[in-house]
Design a protein around this ligand. Structure first.
Ligand code: CP
Length: 312
């Protein structure tokens, strides 16, 4: 049996995890489904997950809470800053220190790049990065890779097109770092003002083929196995007029879908605004809600692995 290298570990960046470790997590995510409820309950029994969400969330917070409940644990946390002492000016450092006193593991979402790394240095208990500024969202990428494997049975050899706000979308950076463990070709499509931050992908270009485009391109869609769409991150724009210029720039609808490779899978970390039309939702290519459902499965395995030395 392989050693559980997740035990007691922080999840700050997906870069901290090797392909072997990610695949160990995916294997355990599958295995969780085979466990009887009593066996699952033992994995989180009498354990408390603390969460600190300085930015809004639906999926990350709820799937972590549901995941913790599914392994018999409980959750406490802050998601409405106005009802906490953060509103009175308490620092991130002190808030993490206090949550560390009450919890066995902490999920942090914060608007600053580096926030989870900072929290991990303060906290005695493991920190999981639930989204740090425009920097990373590692557990989203873990569930994205898991979704691709579930859907396509492999990652090696795939052509993956990523469309939208590549400058501010933190899920994209974690996804690219995760994909760099595999033999893939990536096509990045964004408006010129929302291109990928070159300094953040500098090291990736010798690991995988990356092509950058500014327009939706029929040939690309006909050749891609995955289309990963992202929202324009309105909240990250310092100038609202800049947002207005790119708002609604791409919309994937059932008409455009006809140009795609028939078995292309359309993914999105959600929330979506208008970048995927609702008339795509009932197509077999649309897997973004399935993707969200895998979030709970993968996070329950991740929590179980971090909290228990030999869990599953
Ligand atoms: N995908 C994602 O992070 O969604 P939330 O912002 O709703 O957590």
């Amino acid at each position: 049996m392989k050693t559980n290298r997740f035990f007691g570990r922080d999840v700050v960046s997906i870069n901290d995890f090797s392909r072997d470790e990610l695949e160990f997590l995916f294997e355990k995510t599958n295995k969780m489904k085979e466990l009887k409820p009593k066996e699952k309950d033992e994995l989180g029994k009498a354990r408390i997950m603390g969460y600190l969400f300085y930015e809004p969330s639906t999926r990350t917070r709820m799937s972590f809470e549901a995941a913790m409940a599914s392994i018999g644990g409980s959750s406490i946390g802050i998601s409405d800053l106005r009802s906490s002492s953060i509103e009175k000016g308490e620092s991130l450092q002190d808030t993490v220190r206090v949550m560390d006193l009450y919890s066995d593991i902490i999920i942090l979402r914060h608007q600053l790049d580096g926030s989870s790394k900072f929290a991990a240095e303060i906290s005695d208990h493991p920190i999981i990065n639930g989204g740090s500024g425009s920097e990373e969202h590692p557990t989203q990428a873990m569930l994205d890779l898991y979704t691709i494997i579930k859907e396509k049975k492999r990652i090696d050899g795939l052509k993956i097109c990523i469309l939208g706000d590549l400058k501010y979308g933190r899920t994209i950076y974690s996804l690219l770092y995760g994909l760099s463990n595999y033999d893939v070709e990536v096509i990045l499509i964004s408006p010129p003002t929302l291109k990928i931050r070159q300094e953040s992908i500098y090291g990736l270009k010798n690991k995988m083929k990356i092509v950058e485009l500014e327009e939706i391109n029929e040939t690309v869609f006909q050749n891609s196995d995955i289309l990963y769409v992202t929202r324009i991150q309105k909240e990250r724009f310092s100038d609202p007029q800049e947002y207005e210029k790119v708002k609604g720039v791409y919309t994937i609808d059932s008409t455009i879908l006809k140009q795609f490779k028939p078995d292309i899978s359309i993914m999105h970390p959600l929330p979506r605004i208008d970048e995927i039309s609702q008339d795509v939702d009932n197509k077999s290519n649309a897997i973004y809600f399935k993707q969200a459902s895998y979030g709970k499965d993968l996070r329950s395995a991740l929590l179980a692995l971090i909290l228990n030395e030999s869990p599953i």
